[in-house]
Design a protein. Structure first.
Length: 401
């Protein structure tokens, strides 16, 4: 970033901080703070602490950092220069959802943000239904970049060590999930002929936790097959060892029955003669790390989070209300009720529409406040909000037409 461009960005960030404050986390005097400058200094200026909000804001307004972080942990001596000297007292439980950790991330920034939001809503459901956290204890923050942070400050989670937090991560992501623990073969004895018939049972839609999600995954798999052409569905089924064309055709014809989805929701996988054998072969393939289509349906039920962030009890995280130096967006605090309708490309933008002359240094595509920008190298004029974003993304420099 050239010197005039840097001065421009500092001035705009300073204007913002002069008019706005941060959302200060609780127990301010026990938090460590870190800052990254607009200047070419390498690394983060950290190991700082503040007793009051006024003291913190005075510092921010004087140095105008590009990025502002606070510790998720509480310390006896937060400004000590080593972690050992700080003396850890506890930490918030943090989840970081970022596009880098999602499956099949879209190239479009707009679609990427939409996908991350869906994953965030999924995680909130797991936290509230499976893990029992009250909605009031869940604080959501748009990171200002490509995702969301969730802060939980319930007294029961503060003393948890890294290993205990890792167990929470494992549950959310389904690590070590053994699907066979949720599938049962019931042996039913018929008195009239003394035959023993196996009946394959899966979890029902009324199950709790992972049982419910596995039920949903099995339903998704059947719907996936139903929507394929017959020859394509049979080809997919025949990829599984032990399933020949005849069995695959019988299974496919059977799942076209209008009552099949209802049966799955009840947990019944024994739709018709021979169907339980097909399911068992599909599940064996899945357990061996094969069976891609069924695996995809189950993978969609896993929580996609940045796992080291949650298990790290000494992490620094962006402060709500600050500006993200890589986008110019506001690191925006939200409540659960606001998340569904929140649109970062409108609601996290703080700068106006005054025209600014910039020079595009590399091709870039962006969408802000309903306006699409397809930028090619060269000089142009754009609204202030777009200029700040493009400069922050390293795609432009300040210019004079």
């Amino acid at each position: 970033m050239k010197s005039p461009t840097r001065s421009f960005m500092i001035s705009k960030f300073q204007e913002y901080y002069q008019a706005n404050s941060l959302e200060i986390p609780p127990i301010l005097d026990s938090r460590e703070w870190g800052f990254i400058s607009f200047h070419d200094e390498k690394g983060m200026r950290r190991h700082r602490s503040y007793l009051t909000k006024t003291e913190l804001m005075d510092y921010i307004r004087s140095v105008v950092p590009a990025h502002i972080y606070h510790s998720t942990a509480y310390y006896h001596r937060p400004s000590a220069s080593t972690m050992k000297e700080k003396i850890w007292k506890g930490a918030d439980l943090i989840f970081d959802l970022d596009a880098d950790h999602l499956r099949e991330v879209p190239e479009s920034y707009t679609k990427m943000l939409s996908l991350v939001k869906k994953e965030t809503l999924k995680l909130i459901t797991i936290l509230t239904t499976d893990l029992g956290f009250d909605e009031k204890s869940i604080n959501i923050v748009f990171s200002g970049g490509r995702g969301y942070h969730i802060h939980i400050r319930h007294p029961l989670v503060l003393p948890l060590e890294s290993d205990e937090r890792r167990e929470i991560v494992d549950y959310i992501t389904g690590r070590g999930l053994d699907i066979e623990n949720f599938i049962n073969i019931d042996l039913i004895k018929y008195n009239y002929d003394s035959k023993r018939v196996s009946k394959l049972r899966g979890p029902s839609e009324s199950s709790s936790g992972w049982g419910k999600r596995i039920n949903r995954a099995l339903e998704s798999y059947i719907i996936y097959l139903q929507e394929l052409k017959e020859e394509d569905a049979i080809r997919v089924l025949c990829r599984t060892r032990g399933i020949g064309k005849k069995r695959a055709m019988t299974f496919y014809e059977g799942i076209l029955n209008k009552n099949i989805i209802r049966e799955i929701r009840f947990g019944n996988l024994d739709f018709f003669k021979g169907s339980s054998e097909i399911w068992q072969k599909l599940l064996i393939e899945y357990k061996k790390g094969e069976g891609a289509e069924l695996a995809k349906c189950i993978e969609k039920e896993r929580g996609m989070i940045d796992e080291p962030v949650t298990s790290d009890v000494k992490r620094l995280i962006r402060c709500p209300g600050s500006l993200h130096g890589g986008s110019g967006f506001r690191v925006t605090p939200l409540c659960i009720q606001d998340l569904e309708d929140f649109d970062p490309l409108w609601d996290a933008i703080v700068f106006g529409e005054d025209p600014i002359s910039i020079e595009i240094t590399k091709p870039f595509i962006a969408e802000l406040c309903g306006q699409s920008y397809r930028m090619l190298p060269g000089k142009t004029e754009v609204p202030l909000q777009a200029a700040v974003f493009l400069i922050a993304r390293g795609a432009a420099e300040l210019s004079s037409l």
